[in-house]
Design a binder for this molecule. Structure first.
Ligand code: DAH
Length: 347
């Protein structure tokens, strides 16, 4: 029995030396120490050992078992340590590598321009309001003094829905009508409304079937064209610089009387004439005028008591002039390099 034990110990330790992984180690453990393992069989055979020999044999069995158990545990620990070391090595971070560049976005230049305009008007007490992009013909045209069949509609052909009763708004001016009607005809109004507008236009460098306008409306008592001029002057100087000059040219809109085109002096040539201003020295920024009495009346305001002015900026046009952008389509091409070009943050 002693020989058998020595043999088991020797063989087990030899196999242990060449065991390659945890599962082979477990197999060995079962083979030797398991229920039907070699050492267990010997333990069972203790019954047949003469009682006087039992203490010696028993001690030997225990010694062999401990030696094998210890050796197996040591091997198991070695495997686990190696696995952990390999895992740590594979997950290690080289802190000396250069950091990944974090790409910060740049504000969209159109949004930025609109926000600047909003800020100027808010500083003068105007509300910034919203209106629906899918609009009724009634608000987009009729309340604004443009009845069905009127030739002024031709310039604003748009996308119609539902038997021409609904349309994608061709201008933000319907928000004037909505604001006046909501105010109830007895309160002064100061609002601007930036928003998307749509026209059935072929897209080119200066036209897009969808573009942004910034509508404005002021209604109060004793309002004159002088108030419009003063307001436009403040806005132009804020947007284009303190030396910016402004002028009005006569124009025609159905919903204003009189109507004007509002120009700013060209900030590139300072009025001398260049390619941006087509040698006129002036750049047109918006349409504007005194709110037509019919529009005031249509929207619940008595034109004998109330008067007001209105204007409509082309937002892209402002941004294009301010930032020297040559093509309106660039605003919609979602090319991040375009916005990054105009990001004036300090690095
Ligand atoms: N809605 C006009 C357009 O799209 C622009 C405009 C002109 C708006 C004069 C106004 C205004 O409020 O008074 O061409």
């Amino acid at each position: 029995m002693k020989d058998q034990l020595e043999k088991i110990k020797k063989q087990t330790l030899e196999t242990l030396a060449i065991v390659g992984d945890l599962s082979a180690l477990n197999e060995l453990r079962v083979k030797v120490l398991g229920k039907s393992g070699e050492l267990t069989a010997i333990l069972r055979g203790m019954r047949d050992v003469a009682p006087e020999d039992r203490p010696v044999v028993g001690a030997l069995v225990n010694e062999v078992r401990s030696a094998i158990e210890e050796a197996i545990s040591a091997k198991e620990k070695a495997f686990k340590d190696a696995a952990l070391a390999a895992k740590l090595a594979s997950e290690s971070v080289d802190v000396t590598l250069p950091a990944l560049e974090i790409k910060a976005g740049a504000p969209n230049i159109l949004e930025k321009t609109i926000e600047e305009v909003e800020e100027v008007f808010m500083s003068m007490g105007y509300d910034v309001v919203d209106g629906p992009e899918i609009e009724q013909d009634h608000f987009n045209f009729e309340l604004l003094n443009i009845p069905k069949g009127h030739p002024a509609r031709d310039a604003q052909d748009t996308f119609y829905i539902e038997d021409e009763k609904m349309l994608l708004r061709s201008q933000t001016s319907p928000v004037q009508a909505r604001t006046m009607l909501a105010a109830g005809g007895d309160k002064p109004i100061r609002m601007i409304c930036p928003g998307k507008t749509y026209r059935r236009d072929a897209d080119d460098a200066t036209h897009s079937h969808q573009f942004m306008q910034i509508e404005g409306l002021l209604v109060d008592k004793n309002i004159s064209l002088a108030n419009l001029k003063a307001t436009f002057d403040v806005v132009a100087k804020k947007l284009f610089g303190e030396n910016c000059q402004t002028r009005f040219r006569p124009s025609y809109y159905q919903f204003t009387e009189p109507s004007v085109e509002t120009d700013v002096s060209c900030f590139v040539c300072k009025g001398k004439g260049c390619s941006l201003c087509k040698n006129t020295g002036w750049l047109t920024i918006s349409g504007a005028g005194m709110v037509h009495p019919n529009v005031l009346r249509n929207c619940g305001y008595d034109p004998n008591v109330w008067s007001g002015f209105a204007f409509g900026f082309g937002a892209e046009r402002c941004a294009m002039l301010k930032y020297g952008i040559s093509d309106i389509r660039k605003f919609y091409m979602t090319d991040l390099r375009e916005s990054a070009n105009f990001d004036r943050r300090e690095d």
